[in-house]
Design a protein around this ligand. Structure first.
Ligand SMILES: [Zn+2]
Length: 552
């Protein structure tokens, strides 16, 4: 009982206790890699057409409004963003389909019920949901500039579409901003929209009359669509030319190339996980190699490195989750890191005993003989399948299985062999890799130095002590010192280390879901019947891919 109370003590009174994320700082490396491969799209920018809606709003407001103080802009903008989402959800209710219409629009969680009321014949006031002073349960977004301020402004500034900030005011650029705004404007009923925003009262007739604002129209608006494709694929010329962003262009083309190839496989549909598994192995579901155009070679290799790092991250997070889960069920406490390592090896002996009787080098050589080839990614013992099995075992709350599968992933990664530069094309400073210490370079270095001298039990103890507890304590101390946040999942108290909570292992979100969705919004991919997030290449997508590969 005393220990229970102690465990919940706020041990540093000034720090805010939060659940936090990335407790071993492994996903920070993943994030660095995918940000390089997909600049200008983020995990919270869900809809391609928002890249023309926002500059249009700023441009149209500028043309129409004499009063341009920041408060007025914010008041009108927030109503407009709410109305935009309600229009999308209304079309979704009519069409009985979420993805092309209201899916992923800003403030959706709050506004679905509101849009349903309108759809059922009711009348609502936009200001009731858009006002900054609205009740928090009604307010569609907390940030003053809503989803634009929180999600889209950063990428739109990077792409030179918008400029400024919430303090100085948001402006459209005269090149990209004005171009996209005018093209958007030519497809929508601008006056009707601003009248509705001003009048505040919204009913079904008004929302239906504004259907041209729904994101689904992008695929049919040739010029607006082509301008957004120019933006995302870096095709701008003259004053619309971008200096950066070529990696985004290549990743989007690689996705289209992958979608073209998957049509010929048993799997048929294209999705982000299939894309990553294909990049990692360079084989697709028909067991045939995925050969890409030479100028996409570096990009496919970049995603392969990302996926290799993700496998390492899943294994490390798995060891951490399983250890803390089991310790929580056992004593809930250890004296120190060394004691944890011993406890870990003893506790997990049932699932790790095959490792304990061999030397580390022998474990790796043995693994090389039995592991499936890289191309056999559908085999149950391929590291990609093992990672998915690990997540399944975690869902079934089975720490023994998770530890055993984590060890299998680590040995698989090492058994695949060393390369001179584990992060290849990516520029990662030594200091970065020292700070984010669980990484592919360290894995390779340890495997050929420290670990090669150990037996299996010593290796398991080393991982438990160093790549679980010590790394976590360092990461949590950094967050405490620099962000005044207490994210300790194991709390160091005077008499030892107490488990607070075991964070679950999970894949990172590398913006690919958004990239696939953008290609869908642009008409290059269609939704597949195979499930959420699965797509098929369209005729337009195929033409686009061929034209762009010819251009390269
Ligand atoms: Zn629609």
């Amino acid at each position: 009982m005393a220990k229970q109370a102690l465990r919940q003590t706020q041990w540093v009174s000034s720090a805010q206790t939060i659940a936090g994320r990335d407790h071993l700082a492994v996903q920070a490396v993943s994030e660095h890699l995918y940000a390089d491969l997909l600049p200008g799209i983020t995990n919270v920018t869900d809809r391609a057409r928002c890249y023309s809606f926002y500059p249009w709003f700023v441009w149209a407001f500028d043309q129409r409004s004499k009063k341009k103080n920041t408060e007025e802009v914010i008041r009108i903008f927030r109503r407009a963003e709410c109305l935009h989402t309600i229009i999308g959800i209304n079309h979704e209710l009519e069409a009985k389909k979420e993805l092309p219409h209201g899916g992923g629009l800003v403030g959706r969680d709050t506004l679905v019920a509101v849009a349903k009321k309108v759809f059922d014949g009711g009348t609502i006031q936009l200001s009731h949901f858009s006002s900054l002073d609205a009740e928090s349960s009604d307010r569609y977004f907390k940030n003053k500039f809503g989803g634009l301020g929180q999600y889209y402004l950063g990428p739109l500034k990077d792409l030179e579409v918008l400029d400024g900030d919430a303090r100085t005011g948001i402006k459209y650029t005269k090149e990209w901003g004005a171009t996209l705004a005018k093209l958007y404007n030519s497809t929508v009923e601008t006056s009707k929209f601003f009248d509705a925003v001003r009048d505040d009262d919204i009913d079904r007739t008004i929302v239906q009359s504004l259907r041209s604002f729904c994101p689904c129209n992008l695929r049919n608006n040739g010029e607006e669509r082509d301008a957004l494709i120019d933006l995302f694929l870096c095709r701008g010329r003259g004053e619309l030319k971008h200096a950066g962003g070529a990696e985004r262009r290549r990743t989007l083309l690689l996705i289209l190339d992958y979608a073209r190839r998957t049509r010929a496989t048993t799997r048929r549909f294209a999705d982000p996980q299939g894309f990553l598994f294909g990049a990692y192995t360079r084989f697709l579901a028909d067991d045939k190699p995925w050969i890409v155009d030479s100028h996409l070679e570096k990009t496919v290799e970049g995603w392969a490195i990302y996926q290799r790092h993700e496998l390492l991250a899943i294994a490390a997070q798995g060891v951490f989750w399983a250890g803390l889960t089991a310790l929580g069920l056992d004593a809930g406490y250890v004296r120190d890191t060394a004691a944890y390592a011993k406890w870990f090896a003893n506790y997990f002996q049932p699932s790790l005993s095959t490792y304990f009787n061999s030397r580390f080098d022998a474990i790796i050589s043995q693994h090389q003989l039995i592991q499936p080839s890289l191309s056999e990614w559908q085999s149950a013992n391929h590291e990609l399948s093992v990672a998915n099995r690990l997540l399944e075992a975690q869902r079934h709350h089975d720490p023994q299985a998770v530890v055993s599968l984590s060890a299998q992933i680590l040995t698989s990664l090492i058994a695949r062999g060393c390369v001179e530069q584990p992060y290849g094309q990516f520029e990662l400073a030594d200091r970065f890799l020292d700070t984010y210490e669980i990484n592919l370079a360290a894995l390779q270095r340890r495997a050929t130095t420290t670990w090669s001298q150990m037996d299996g039990r010593q290796w398991v103890e080393w991982i438990a002590a160093n790549w679980s507890l010590r790394v976590h304590l360092r990461v949590a101390l950094r967050k405490l010192r620099y962000q005044t946040q207490d994210t300790f999942r194991v709390v160091p108290l005077e008499d030892g280390l107490y488990v607070r909570e075991a964070p679950a292992a999970k894949w990172s979100s590398p913006r690919l879901a958004q990239a696939f969705r953008f290609l869908h919004d642009l008409g290059a991919l269609d939704e597949s019947v195979d499930g959420a997030g699965a797509y098929l290449l369209t005729g337009f997508g195929e033409e686009l891919l061929e034209a762009e590969l010819d251009r390269a």
